[in-house]
Write a protein that binds this ligand. Structure first.
Ligand code: UDP
Length: 458
């Protein structure tokens, strides 16, 4: 191999995008490659992203983070393009630009500078198959919000109720939907797409991608499933009180409830969850945030007021309610945890898979409704909470917690998770499918830069 390759990684500002991009950076470093993570300096309004960048940079001193001065935000990341161009020009050599899946306008910067660009797709391969197809499929359908329970058929996915399709794309005419369709339409312009998943988990989606049926009339970019890339929870830099509490609980006795970086519930829903947990009789660790209407006034939830009277007293010792955030990667791997009520964000799903932890689905936003269907019907790694479209009743919370923690069905689910975990570990070992896909990606890159001469790399 020639000189050490340098990769510039460019994440989108969402926490669920920053975290896996940092895992990708670690993966590249482990392979002896050189990495710069360029982050558009989030303005004050992006407090969550700014805090996440600071936390990730502190926890990963080996990674070179470059803050790009820019007026960019979630919606206007392209405003950071001049700063990104400057950075790329200032580095002695850049072998590839690895872009978050939403950073399509940065393809123009890569093309201008002659740098090969790949996307890093931070959700399931099934979502990728669907997103690539949507610019062609959606114009032939009514708005998802008007289709309700009618099924949407995308190549590579099981049929999915329209109401479970991407929440922010339910209105076909909205500016947001148009932006997403534009982004999805440009994904095939990249040389390839690295996906944070592994071959064994998603055969149907990967076949559709390989067969080229997702993008009609255009070549599908090469797909490299190189995951799961997740925080292994071993960094040990966080000292949250919940970890000490978990240490004192029996093995597999605790139900963990956590809903990503943005999951919030109404006060009425918090009450139902609390009652369901209480009557289940099981131990729990529950991450609670202020309801949406209170977020501005109370960044910290007022638990005494929000939860049923006396709940905290009655469940003291067997339950812990944490405010806003816990170190999830460490929690899911703790041996005291026996089930995970999740919003089905893809990082959370992968973290649970790597911990062999059965899941109870409660999709909230983004593509989580789609992930839920994959998890139930294809991967068979979860059960779902009925009623999540409106209000999940206390009885339902109690029933599903008991099902997973106590019954034969729960045992079967746990065995399935043990198998899926085993397959994930195999994929990421030397000679496993994800490691081989990563090698293929490096060869593809050599080919694109011509350093492989006559194509012997393939
Ligand atoms: N996370 C965490 N603590 C929390 C909530 C979330 O560490 O209290 C982490 C979680 O481990 C995961 C990421 O934040 O790595 C959330 O990503 P995911 O794709 O699950 O959901 P998103 O936030 O994108 O909806």
């Amino acid at each position: 191999m020639g000189k050490k390759k340098t990769f510039v990684l460019y994440p989108w500002l969402g926490v669920g995008h920053l975290i896996p991009m940092v895992e990708l950076a670690k993966h590249l470093l482990r392979h002896g490659l050189s990495v710069v993570v360029a982050v558009a300096d989030p303005p004050d309004t992006e407090a969550v992203s700014a805090a996440a960048v600071a936390r990730l940079a502190a926890a990963n001193p080996d990674i070179s983070f470059r803050l790009l001065p820019s007026p960019a935000s979630h919606d206007t990341l392209r405003l950071a393009n001049p700063a990104l161009r400057e950075l790329l020009r200032s580095l002695p050599a850049v072998d590839a630009l690895l872009l978050d899946m939403f950073c399509v306008d940065e393809l123009d910067v890569a093309a201008e500078l002659g740098v090969p660009a790949y996307f890093f797709f931070t959700s399931a391969a099934g979502d990728l198959a669907c997103f690539l197809n949507l610019p062609y499929l959606y114009p032939t359908l009514p708005s998802f919000k008007d289709m309700g329970k009618a099924l949407v058929h995308c190549p590579g996915m099981p049929p999915i109720r329209a109401l479970d399709m991407v929440i922010s794309m339910q209105d076909k005419e909205s500016d947001h939907t148009k932006l997403r369709l534009y982004q999805f339409e440009r994904i095939p312009e990249a040389r390839g797409v690295l996906v944070n998943s592994f071959d064994w988990l998603e055969p149907r989606a990967l076949k559709a991608l390989e067969d080229g049926v997702c993008v009609p009339g255009r070549p599908t970019p090469r797909v490299f499933c190189i995951g799961p890339l997740v925080n292994d929870g071993r960094a040990g830099v966080t000292h949250h009180e919940c970890l000490a509490w978990l240490d004192a609980q029996p093995e597999r006795s605790v139900v963990f409830l956590c809903f990503g970086s943005r999951g919030v519930f109404s006060a009425a829903q918090l009450q139902e969850i609390a009652r369901g947990l209480e009557s289940s009789g099981h131990r729990f660790l529950w991450v609670v945030r202020s309801p949406p209407e209170e977020q501005g006034r109370f960044p910290e939830p007022d638990l005494e007021r929000l939860l049923p009277a006396g709940f905290l007293e009655r469940t003291r010792g067997r339950g812990m309610v944490a405010k806003n955030w816990v170190p999830q990667a460490e929690v899911v791997r703790h041996e005291a945890v026996g089930a995970f009520v999740t919003h089905c964000g893809w990082n959370s799903v992968l973290e649970a898979i790597m911990a062999g932890l059965p899941m109870i689905c409660w999709p909230l936003y983004g593509e989580q409704g789609m992930n839920k269907v994959f998890m139930l019907e294809e991967m068979k790694i979860a059960v779902e909470l009925q009623g999540y479209e409106e209000l999940v009743k206390a009885e339902e919370v109690e029933a599903k917690v008991k099902m997973v923690m106590e019954t034969e069905e729960g045992k079967i689910l746990r065995e399935r998770l043990a198998l899926v975990r085993e397959k994930a570990l195999e994929a990421t070992k030397e000679g496993g499918s994800s490691e081989m896909a990563f090698d293929e990606f490096l060869k593809d890159l050599e080919w694109s830069t011509g350093s492989c001469g006559n194509g012997e790399c393939h």
